[in-house]
Structure formats: C-alpha cells, structure tokens
Write a protein that binds this ligand. Structure first.
Ligand SMILES: [Mg+2]
Length: 328
C-alpha cells in the first residue's frame, strides 16, 4: 500500500481508517478537531521523538522530553489552539536510574509551567530501542481554527521567527560546520534542541489568516502542503527569508548564495508558523509581532498555478521540487 508512496503514501492509506470521522480532517492537518457542545473545539495532536532520530543519539533525557513537548505544542499553535492537557508515553532504553527519572519529570514540569498544560495520562515501558517519548496534546480553541486548506491567489505568504536555524543547529551539533564562533554555534544548537512553539501567534491568526501550518519538514515541503490543499502556487522570495544573525553570518561564508538559501528553506526543525492572509490584513498581522513575541515576515504571494516556486532576481519564477524530510 505504501510501496510507491513512502511516508505520505502510508498516511494516505491510513486515512481510509479515518474516513468515517470528519474530526480526523482526513489526517491532512496538524491535529484532529472535536467540536464541543459549548461552541469550543478540542484539538488533539500526537508526535513522537526518539533519541538518534529527532535528537542526537546521546541526547540527555531532558532534551528528548523538551523536544517532544515543544514539537507537539507547535502542532496546536498551527491550528490556533491553546494547550490544556497531554498524555506521555515513554519507552526507556533500559531500566531508568533515579537521575534519569528525575530529569524527565523535571523537564516535563518545566514545560507544563512554561506552556500551561497538565499531564493526564500515558504509559511507561522499558523497550528494546533508544529512548522514545510519544506525546499527545489536547488544546482548546474558542472560535474558528487555522487549517491547512484555504490559500488563494492574491494572498500574502507569511512566516514567523527565522528559518534555517534548526537545520544549521543540527549540522553544528553533528560537527559538520566550521567557521562559526562559539556563541553562534550555541545559539543554533539551542534552536535545534528547543524549538519555540508559536502558541500566542497561532491563537491570534484564525480571524486574519486563510490557512496555516507549522514548518517541521522544511519550509519548501510545508509550503507544498499549503499549495496542495489550497488554490494557487506558493511563490516565495528567497531574498525575503528571515534569518537570524548567526544564520546570516553562515550564509555570508557560502560560495553559492542561491543554493545556500535553498538549503535553509529545505532544512527541517524550524517549528515556525507559515500562513497566508489577504493583503488588507497586513497592518493587523504586523501588529501581532510584539504581543506574540516573534517577528513576522512576508516572504511571498499566492499566484495562479500550483506547487511551489521561487522568485528570481530577474523577475521570473522558478518552480521547485518541494520534497522535504520524510521518515521513509
Ligand atoms: Mg505540524
């Protein structure tokens, strides 16, 4: 069933199991949605983090826990929901010593305090593989939700924060970068290890944005999801890409600037929000930057067509193959 489709083919095949539940949104969004009798929605999302896959193999338990919680919360942010509860299922690589247990609990407690959610269940086993933590988050949304479908020609394309830090941080952590100073390396690795879920921003977007998601597989791949589920082509301007100061310093040292910018757009682990909105909402969206504590950058337009394209310096556009990270 997934022979020709890889991870996304498998998910498409799985979605048949969800066909009778409109709450599943066809497994095509960042979470499932249950409409409650009081008019609110309950949004549910699940994500697993495994040492060696989503972190370095020797990552400490608090880092695996922090990333698991934060990547899940990013999915709630992507739908405009606010966190309330979570379930945590952990597979230890062997019987955990007391220090590991304490570290896990402290990491989850720090996450609870930072993001305002409470543990309500889960499971613990000793498995036969690396440390793995699967978290299911539940969050409330008072009004309309942010969905992946809804892009239309004429929309601006926006992204929060900065792009490429997560991927650069991974390459630094793997020892594949040279030439960055220690402070830049620390900043980038931290961005890879502890993404910032844009919860305040996400909760403010539904009245302003036509669609949105969180950038986890890479900006180009996630832009392709908006194109597939909406109308039109996501045309991005590589020169408008928001970069952190360390990422700008990295870029300045690359021989092929276009290829380097494209690498930043293909790398995963950004956990920023990518969304589209009509131009009449520009001022209102810019005004969200201070309360949401993140910069917001207009990086492109939705134009007639399909797929993802990059604007070129000469005014033409170049379609891009938008494949991002997949597990298989
Ligand atoms: Mg997501």
């Amino acid at each position: 069933m997934s022979a020709q489709g890889g991870e996304f083919g498998f998910i498409a095949a799985l979605s048949r199991l969800a066909a009778r539940a409109p709450q599943s949104l066809g497994l095509q969004d960042d979470g499932a949605v249950l409409a409650l009798a009081d008019g609110r929605s309950l949004v549910i999302a699940a994500d697993m983090v495994q040492a060696g896959v989503h972190t370095l193999a020797d990552a400490p338990v608090e880092q695996v826990a922090g990333k698991a919680l934060r990547s899940n919360l990013s999915d709630l942010a992507a739908m405009g929901a606010s966190p309330a509860f979570y379930l945590s299922t952990i597979s230890w690589p062997g019987p955990p010593d007391e220090a590991s247990q304490r570290a896990l609990i402290a990491a989850l407690q720090a996450g609870q305090e930072a993001f305002g959610l409470t543990l309500i269940g889960g499971d613990t086993i000793v498995g036969q593989g690396p440390l793995s933590l699967s978290i299911t988050v539940l969050g409330w949304a008072e009004g309309p939700l942010l969905r992946r479908a809804g892009a239309r020609p004429g929309d601006d394309v926006w992204v929060s924060g900065t792009i490429g830090d997560g991927w650069l941080g991974l390459t630094v952590a793997q020892g594949r970068q040279s030439g960055l100073d220690a402070a830049d390396q620390t900043f980038l690795v931290r961005r890879y290890e502890y993404p910032d879920p844009r919860l305040k921003l996400g909760a403010s977007l539904p009245p302003l944005a036509h669609c949105g998601l969180d950038v986890s597989d890479g900006l180009l791949a996630d832009a392709a999801h908006l194109a597939e589920q909406g109308e039109g082509c996501v045309c991005l301007d590589p020169l408008a890409l928001p970069l952190s100061a360390p990422a700008r310093r990295w870029l300045a040292r690359q021989a092929d600037q276009d290829a380097a910018r494209e690498s930043l757009m293909r790398g995963g682990d950004d956990y920023e929000l990518l969304f589209t909105a009509p131009p009449e909402h520009r001022a209102a969206i810019e005004a969200l930057q201070a309360p949401a504590d993140t910069r917001l950058s207009r990086i492109g337009r939705i134009v007639p067509g399909q797929g993802v394209a990059l604007a070129q310096a000469d005014g033409t556009v170049r379609p891009v193959r938008a494949a991002g990270f997949t597990h298989f």
